[in-house]
Design a binder for this molecule. Sequence first.
Ligand code: AMP
Length: 546
Amino acid sequence: MLGLMQSQQLLISTLITFADRHHGEAEIVSRRVEGDIHRSNYQQVAARSRQVGNALDRWNLGFGDRVATLAWNGYRHLELYFGVSGSGRVIHTLNPRLHPDQIVWIANHAEDQVLCFDLSFLPIVQAVHSRCTSVRHYIALCDESRLPVDSGIPGLISYEAWIGAESSHYEWPDFEENCASSLCYTSGTTGNPKGVLYSHRSTVLHAFAAALPDSLNVSARDAILPVVPMFHVNAWGLPYAAAMTGAKLVFPGPAMDGKSIYELIELEKVNFAAGVPTVWQMLLSHVQVSRLQFSSLKRTVIGGSACPPAMISAFNDVYGVEVLHAWGMTEMSPLGTVCTLKNKHLALSAQEKLQVRVKQGRALYGVDMKIVDGEGLELPWDGKAFGDLLVKGSWVASEYFKDEGSELLVDGWFRTGDVATIDAEGFMQITDRSKDVIKSGGEWISSIDVENIAMAHPAVAMAACIGVAHPKWGERPIIAVMKKQGADVSREALLAFYEDQSAKWQIPDDVVFVDTMPLGGTGKMQKSKLRELLKDYRLPGTDSGD
Ligand code: AMP
């Protein structure tokens, strides 16, 4: 017997329709490439995204065709999020930080038909367009007066002229909720990038889960600053969760430095911000050096790579900002876990609470997880046993785009490539990417633990721990350190800093100071690059480093 309830498809268009109708005046504020601050609201975003729908129809773009973006976080990008997916096409967010050859490869693999780009990325588009064989239309995200002349890009038009010619009356099409809505490529550990193809259903369910109180706790009373890019996993789904709840959105555009982010937070009374640790490090340095305080910021979600305890403490103890440590990945839309305390933790001391908060957190409803050993046997949830982390759920990828039929899942579970523990309360903690695990004398050393200690030193801006070959122990950890501007620490002082905080055999054998840390397209430290840079490095007292 079936239930007797209406069946409304979970479509992305329903989010913007809802925001328009119930929160039409909630603001969408963007720092633009043009340099100014632009003010809009859900009503305007909804109207303009309907114009996008009409404009795509005029070009007879097929259902499911890909519309690519090379764009910062901003209102036009948001309009494309809703207009492209809502009208039945697939928005493909390209990562402008990738090498042009990779962008070409990805755009061709995705068979993008349209490419919309911010003017900051004009040089990239000029460099790649002749090799992007499927792209039929190029749109510069600007008004007509700023459209570059003699760009060399065939048929280039301005976004404002493109949508300006269209009516804002548009009937969002109704279709099956499992249809594809958006596409994002992940670098993958081996081989070519892999396309993760989200559906309307997975996106809307993910937005519900992201908005829950024990998740990111998003509401109509929030002013949210997603510093996490809209070109990487849909800015962690925040644009959708914000539309679902009517939260104000504040977009940083291209200005990601600490000063610009701080000013935007203060100016727009942002109470909730989301970013990766490397970006938050810049924000913290700015407020520390300039002796500032936050007047509105109350909580921040940090993820993408492990959030060092020192960062959690600095935000919490010095600035009164609660840190929500979160974990996920492109294949998971991305949210898998968020670290929010349970009732029983409330009575704990500050130090004990920190021990919980450094974990990546507990699973959201909709995601299940487990850890397994080398034979695939499930390991206990005791906070000690660590193994390969497997997940499944309503917004976890089942296959990669155009790689259908390859066996991505193991008995329905997706192998994350992370190594983790899970404690009896269900709090998961990542110890490493499986390829970064260090094995020394038969014992595992968590590179994240080693990094977290270095990051607590006041002179350290960034730290990355890698294993190097050792004739006796097999492998030993060393720590590469980038110092804070104007700060100093010696190798000996940093190694001494470890002494009270770490078992002796887990203390790195050496410190290597670097001027810059190799970062990937999404702001994560690239250990593969670091290993390459240090390929001739030899551990003190050994003559072989390989
Ligand atoms: P991506 O798909 O590029 O977003 O990368 C996903 C990977 O980033 C995960 O598999 C983890 O290795 C890593 N990651 C994400 N969040 C965290 C976190 N809070 N702590 C440690 N690693 C993380």
